[in-house]
Each structure stands twice: as C-alpha cells, then as structure tokens.
Design a protein around this ligand. Sequence first.
Ligand SMILES: Nc1ncnc2c1ncn2[C@@H]1O[C@H](COP(=O)(O)OP(=O)(O)OP(=O)(O)O)[C@@H](O)[C@H]1O
Ligand SMILES: O=P(O)(O)OC[C@H]1O[C@H](OP(=O)(O)OP(=O)(O)O)[C@H](O)[C@@H]1O
Ligand SMILES: O=C(O)c1cccnc1
Length: 483
Amino acid sequence: MRRELALHTDKYQINMMYAHWANGTHKRKAVFEAYFRKLPFGNGFAVFAGLERIVGYIGGLRFTEEDIRYLSEQEENYAPAFLEELLQFHFQGTIHAMKEGALVFSDEPLLRVEGTIMEAQLVETAILNFMNYQTLIATKASRVKQVAPDDILLEFGTRRAQEADAAVWGARAAYVGGFDATSNMLAGKLFGIPTKGTHAHSWVQSFGSEQEAFDAYARVMPDGVTLLVDTFDTLRSGVPNAIHTAKMLEAQGKRMNAIRLDSGDLAYLSREARRMLDEAGLSYVRIVASNDLDENTIMNLKSQGAAIDTWGVGTQLITASDQPSLGGVYKLVEIESASGEMVPTIKISSNPEKVSTPGKKEVYRIIGKKGKAVADYISFPEEEAPRSGARLKLFNPLHPYMQKHVQHYTALPMLEPIYVNGFQVYKLPDLAEIRRYHKEQLDLFWPEYLRKLNPEVYRINLSEKVWEQKQKLIAEHIQPDLE
Ligand SMILES: Nc1ncnc2c1ncn2[C@@H]1O[C@H](COP(=O)(O)OP(=O)(O)OP(=O)(O)O)[C@@H](O)[C@H]1O
Ligand SMILES: O=P(O)(O)OC[C@H]1O[C@H](OP(=O)(O)OP(=O)(O)O)[C@H](O)[C@@H]1O
Ligand SMILES: O=C(O)c1cccnc1
C-alpha cells in the first residue's frame, strides 16, 4: 500500500515549517521524542508496533508536484521559494526507536527524531498516527493471547475496522501481539501473515439444505475444511450435518478441520458439540468460536469450561473498542540555540505527569541477577552507560524518596538506530523474528507485571542527571505565586 504521504500531516506542521523558513530558523537542529503517558486497557505494558510503517513512510517522504500545487492554493500564501524547497525535500535526519514487539511503558522515549526543526516537525503527525494505532492493537492482541496462550487466535476484524489501512496494519499488529492468522488476504500477501477462512451463513443460505451446503463446500475445499454450524439450529441440525460431512470426508481419506459456532451460549454449545463430535469418533475436529469476542469474554468462556480451541476475534480487537486510542505524544526535548549549542527544552503543565523530561535520552532495560527486568533506566547519551558492577540508583521520578540500588545486572539499550543522517541503517526484521523478539521480551518480565488485571507497576527511572536537569528547568519556568 504505497501512497504519497507527505501531506499526511496536520496543517500546523506545514505552517510551523513555513514560519521557521521565513524566520531563517528552519535549519536549526532539534530533537523530539515520542512516548505515551498512560498504558492502555489498564494493562501493565504495551507492545510497540508501527516501526515498519514508519520506516516506509520516512523512506518515501517526498512532496509531489501535485502536493506543491495543492499547497500553493492554501490561504497561507506560502512563498514560492518555500514550496520550491519542499519539492527538493527528503528526510536527512536520524531516528532511533524501540524494536517492534518490545514491551514498552509510559513516560519512556519509544522513538527519537533528530534533524532540522523543519523535517522533525513535518513527521510528527504520521509517526504518532502509525505508532499509536499499531501499538494499541498489538497490546490488545497480547491481552487476548494472555488468556488463551495455547489456543489458535484468528484475526477477523476487517469488516468492522476503521477503514482499509487500519484493517491491514491492524492485522499485522495483531500478529505481532501473538495472533496466529488473519482473514485479511491483503495483509497476508503484503506481510506473509498466515491466512485462514471458514465460510459465512450466506453459503448455507444459498443452498436448498444445510447438508447440501456442507457437502458441496467440503468437496471443493482441500483437506481441513471448517463448517459454520449455527445458521438454523446448532445442535439439532448444524452439528449433526457437519458430522455427516466429516464421515463422508473420512470415507475419502480426508479429515474435517473444525466446526464454527457464531451465536448463542458459546460455552454450552461448544461443550455439547464437543460431546457429539467425540461420540461420533471425531475428536480431531476442532471447535472455532466467534461473535463479538474479546479477552474478557474468552476468559469467561474458559472459566465455564467451553470446549473451544480456536477463537475468531474481530470488532473488539481491530477497533480496540474499550479504548480506541493510545495517547502517544511527540515532544521537543532539545533545540539548537542561535549560537549553535543544543539546549534542553521543557513543556510545563499544571499536571505534574504531563511535564516533559528535557534533553535527548537513552533507555536501558535493567535485567537483574535472576534474569528478569527490574526497571527501565533513562539517562543522557553523554552519561556513562549503566554497566554491571557499577552501583545504579533507581528512584521514582515523581516520588524521588522511593529508591533502591542495583549492582549486578545487565543493561540492555532499547533504542535502536533506524535512520542515520537520512540513510536507513536498520534492516527491518521479518514478522517471525519480531514475534520471537516479542516472546523473549515477555519472558524477561515477572508475571506480576504481565497480568491483565491490576498489574504491578513497572518502574521507569530517570538518572540523577536527567532528574536534576528537569527540576532545574521547572524552577526556571515556574513563577512562584505571591499572595
Ligand atoms: N456462555 C457465555 N458467557 C459469556 N458470554 C457469552 C457466552 N456465550 C456467548 N457469549 C457472548 O455474549 C455476547 C452476545 O451474545 P448473544 O447471545 O447476544 O448473541 P447472539 O444473539 O447469540 O448472536 P447474534 O446476535 O450474532 O445472532 C457475545 O459477545 C458472545 O461472544
Ligand atoms: O464478531 P466479531 O468479533 O467482529 O467477528 C467477526 C464476525 O464477522 C462475521 O459476522 P457478520 O459480519 O456476518 O455479522 P454478525 O455475526 O454480527 O451477523 C463473523 O461471523 C463474526 O461473527
Ligand atoms: O473466516 C471466517 O470465518 C470469518 C472471517 C471474517 C469475519 N468473520 C468470519
């Protein structure tokens, strides 16, 4: 899905670029960091996704002649020389990011852009758009995976997704988060995700009888057909007819894969269907369920002893319906001064959690002696990287008196170089590798941080230097109230 995306940005970015250009400040160096402040769904972590889309976007970031013509018609009356410069534009900055599949947390940089203020400003909107949506869906998918770790998870959301890009990239994000296959053929073709499909009620309705419909489908489909059994009456006709078809297949040396339940009491129907299949000697036939499922219904169905081994999850996953957006932000943390030095900048808010953390930063995941993550540690690149043996002070930036020290640990740098001075230096891993990395990431955490409900809060710590600089800038910018 290659499309020109230079104008996939908010107008205020173009306006700021123009004003910087007119002001002669557009070549100033800037550092922005993208992060979110609150984990989605009350989860203890998020699963970072969206990088492949971001890399493709940055690589193809050009304004076309048509884009320029469109810009020239805007009420801002952008100067022709500015538009001429846009025509020559390509991204020449540097980007670091977390790898897709990484477990990430609030208030830590997930992606960092260094470049001219003009180019770094332009890319804000698209980067947030890709990162926020895909990270949200990958996180939702990993919640579903958590309640059904040994079952097969099928992504069925395309028809209810917020348009085509969301369906396709959402299918990919779901796969990153632990799903096994998607029904979306374009996602399958573009990304190599396994595709799976059963059939709809319309197939059965288009025949004179359910039996005829099942037999006809099974005859045409290769080994491993799945039949939808709830069009008329699941237990009285659907399951018996499916059993009949399975026996016909057995006589031909073939095996039916599964039946699908799509309505009614899925716990009861699946248990009954299982019993009927087993009694017919068809214990190998699986049971697929669908119908507005999410991690909560699936967990609930499991607790009722549902005999379901494959879950088709659509609407609730692809729209992240219980929290349809992730509030990722992109903040300026350093800017070149008129005299050419990089100075840290801050955004103050009356809400302490919204005050940005100034300065360009690195993120380290601190792995303790037991091989599990203890905390993430944020420091300036010019500080000595944390290394085992050197005592590391970990304290909560909002409550600095809450602190502890670690001495024997491994510090894993989390931000990878992706683009350096406009050149892509990161080889995009394939999805198998991303899923493997995601699994390794999960294994680094104690279950207390991973549980779905009221998880333990994983700590994100600032180095003393980062914390001190933040306090200094806060003090400089806040005028004390005088009564
Ligand atoms: N045993 C169960 N326990 C909890 N939730 C269930 C159970 N069985 C089904 N559900 C869920 O209940 C919700 C509503 O199911 P409902 O029975 O209203 O649908 P339906 O009327 O059978 O199906 P449809 O409206 O698609 O024809 C769905 O999200 C479904 O996944
Ligand atoms: O329920 P979801 O998690 O979104 O999963 C996808 C749904 O899409 C299909 O239904 P269809 O479009 O025929 O609608 P219906 O089941 O609501 O009638 C399918 O039978 C699932 O029920
Ligand atoms: O293959 C299926 O069963 C399917 C695909 C999309 C949506 N609902 C069901």
